[in-house]
Design a binder for this molecule. Structure first.
Ligand SMILES: [Zn+2]
Length: 118
Protein backbone atom coordinates (compact mmCIF):
# COMPACT_ATOMS: atom_id res chain seq x y z
CA UNK A 1 0.00 0.00 0.00
CA UNK A 2 0.97 3.50 -0.60
CA UNK A 3 -1.03 5.41 1.97
CA UNK A 4 1.82 7.43 3.43
CA UNK A 5 1.41 10.36 5.78
CA UNK A 6 3.99 13.05 6.30
CA UNK A 7 5.45 12.35 9.71
CA UNK A 8 3.89 14.46 12.44
CA UNK A 9 1.73 16.63 10.18
CA UNK A 10 -1.19 14.25 9.52
CA UNK A 11 -1.11 15.47 5.90
CA UNK A 12 -1.39 12.78 3.22
CA UNK A 13 1.42 12.57 0.72
CA UNK A 14 1.90 10.47 -2.41
CA UNK A 15 4.93 8.61 -1.03
CA UNK A 16 5.99 7.01 -4.34
CA UNK A 17 9.74 6.87 -4.89
CA UNK A 18 11.17 9.87 -6.75
CA UNK A 19 14.23 9.82 -9.06
CA UNK A 20 16.28 10.98 -6.10
CA UNK A 21 15.10 7.92 -4.17
CA UNK A 22 13.12 9.90 -1.61
CA UNK A 23 9.38 9.60 -1.03
CA UNK A 24 7.29 11.98 -3.17
CA UNK A 25 5.95 14.80 -0.96
CA UNK A 26 3.16 15.91 -3.32
CA UNK A 27 -0.46 15.51 -2.15
CA UNK A 28 -2.43 12.67 -3.78
CA UNK A 29 -5.30 13.58 -6.11
CA UNK A 30 -8.68 13.60 -4.34
CA UNK A 31 -9.99 10.07 -3.87
CA UNK A 32 -6.67 8.39 -4.72
CA UNK A 33 -3.37 7.63 -3.02
CA UNK A 34 -1.01 8.95 -5.71
CA UNK A 35 -0.14 12.41 -7.06
CA UNK A 36 -0.58 13.45 -10.70
CA UNK A 37 3.04 12.63 -11.55
CA UNK A 38 2.87 9.11 -10.09
CA UNK A 39 -0.25 7.82 -11.83
CA UNK A 40 -2.92 10.26 -10.65
CA UNK A 41 -3.30 11.70 -14.17
CA UNK A 42 -4.07 8.30 -15.73
CA UNK A 43 -7.71 8.06 -16.85
CA UNK A 44 -8.35 4.79 -14.98
CA UNK A 45 -6.94 6.27 -11.74
CA UNK A 46 -9.02 9.45 -12.13
CA UNK A 47 -12.13 7.37 -12.85
CA UNK A 48 -11.58 5.12 -9.82
CA UNK A 49 -10.90 8.17 -7.61
CA UNK A 50 -14.10 9.84 -8.79
CA UNK A 51 -16.08 6.65 -8.05
CA UNK A 52 -14.58 6.45 -4.55
CA UNK A 53 -15.65 10.04 -3.87
CA UNK A 54 -19.15 9.42 -5.26
CA UNK A 55 -19.52 6.39 -2.99
CA UNK A 56 -19.03 8.73 -0.02
CA UNK A 57 -21.87 11.07 -1.00
CA UNK A 58 -24.75 8.93 0.28
CA UNK A 59 -23.15 8.07 3.65
CA UNK A 60 -22.26 11.75 4.08
CA UNK A 61 -25.82 12.85 3.42
CA UNK A 62 -27.10 10.12 5.75
CA UNK A 63 -24.78 11.38 8.50
CA UNK A 64 -25.92 14.97 7.99
CA UNK A 65 -29.55 13.82 8.00
CA UNK A 66 -28.99 11.93 11.28
CA UNK A 67 -27.43 15.02 12.87
CA UNK A 68 -30.25 17.19 11.54
CA UNK A 69 -32.90 14.86 12.95
CA UNK A 70 -31.40 13.90 16.30
CA UNK A 71 -28.95 16.51 17.59
CA UNK A 72 -29.88 18.47 20.71
CA UNK A 73 -27.76 21.34 19.46
CA UNK A 74 -29.88 23.76 17.37
CA UNK A 75 -26.81 25.35 15.73
CA UNK A 76 -25.49 21.93 14.71
CA UNK A 77 -28.88 20.93 13.26
CA UNK A 78 -29.04 24.16 11.28
CA UNK A 79 -25.47 23.67 10.00
CA UNK A 80 -26.33 20.12 8.87
CA UNK A 81 -29.46 21.42 7.15
CA UNK A 82 -27.46 24.13 5.37
CA UNK A 83 -24.83 21.62 4.27
CA UNK A 84 -27.51 19.38 2.76
CA UNK A 85 -29.10 22.34 0.98
CA UNK A 86 -25.71 23.55 -0.28
CA UNK A 87 -25.26 20.15 -1.95
CA UNK A 88 -28.76 20.55 -3.36
CA UNK A 89 -27.73 23.60 -5.36
CA UNK A 90 -28.94 26.41 -3.11
CA UNK A 91 -26.46 29.26 -2.89
CA UNK A 92 -24.41 29.62 0.28
CA UNK A 93 -25.84 32.23 2.58
CA UNK A 94 -29.45 31.59 1.54
CA UNK A 95 -31.75 31.68 4.56
CA UNK A 96 -32.77 28.13 5.36
CA UNK A 97 -34.74 26.48 8.09
CA UNK A 98 -34.56 22.93 9.35
CA UNK A 99 -37.93 22.33 7.65
CA UNK A 100 -36.54 23.52 4.28
CA UNK A 101 -33.64 21.12 4.61
CA UNK A 102 -35.92 18.29 5.69
CA UNK A 103 -38.10 18.86 2.61
CA UNK A 104 -35.03 18.95 0.34
CA UNK A 105 -33.69 15.77 1.94
CA UNK A 106 -37.00 13.95 1.50
CA UNK A 107 -37.09 14.97 -2.18
CA UNK A 108 -33.53 13.73 -2.64
CA UNK A 109 -34.30 10.41 -0.93
CA UNK A 110 -37.41 9.92 -3.10
CA UNK A 111 -35.39 10.69 -6.25
CA UNK A 112 -32.67 8.31 -5.06
CA UNK A 113 -35.21 5.55 -4.37
CA UNK A 114 -36.83 6.08 -7.78
CA UNK A 115 -33.40 5.80 -9.43
CA UNK A 116 -32.70 2.54 -7.59
CA UNK A 117 -35.99 1.01 -8.77
CA UNK A 118 -35.31 1.73 -12.45
ZN1 LIG B 1 3.96 11.48 -6.31
Amino acid sequence: MNNVHAIGSGKKICGKKTRAGTPCQKPPIAGATVCRLHGGAAPQVKRAAKLRLLELVDPAIATLARIMATSDNEALRLKAAQDILDRGGLPKGAQVTVDDARTALIEKLIAYRDNQEN
